[in-house]
Design a protein around this ligand. Structure first.
Ligand SMILES: [Zn+2]
Length: 126
């Protein structure tokens, strides 16, 4: 089933293309792996992601978006996107129930900052 990759809404209407990128923590990669910080987001080359200890997060370069998220993306409104998704996650997203509001906000900021940093396309049809 399709869903918005930002807020999990079940009715995505658009698609955005990003670079393929690896985002990770020190625990997910070999100790000698170079990690590049870009605006506090830790990146690794996609082939440096550790095969045993963790996969890190190899990001699918196609992101689906619902109408409200697509409008916020088109405006490059990171704060608006985070606020919108936090409101929606409370309803639909399978996050650990013990995750606090501020941890969830940090999680969204981390991912959506990386999304905007790697965004290659404007809005595309689904
Ligand atoms: Zn959405």
């Amino acid at each position: 089933m399709l869903k918005c990759d930002l807020c999990s809404d079940p009715h995505p209407i658009a698609r955005y293309h990003t670079r393929s990128f690896g985002i990770t923590t020190n625990e997910d990669v070999f100790p000698d792996t170079p990690i590049h910080l870009i605006d506090d987001v830790p990146y690794v080359a996609t082939d440096d992601i550790h095969p045993v200890r963790g996969t890190g997060h190899l990001v699918d370069p196609d992101w689906l978006a619902c109408e409200p998220c697509a409008n916020l993306i088109d405006q490059q409104n990171l704060d608006g996107l985070i606020a919108y998704c936090l409101a929606n996650f409370r309803v639909s997203h399978p996050f650990p129930p013990d995750m606090t509001e501020s941890e969830l906000a940090d999680f969204c900021r981390y991912w959506y900052t990386a999304f905007f940093q790697n965004l290659l396309s404007t809005r595309l049809p689904l």
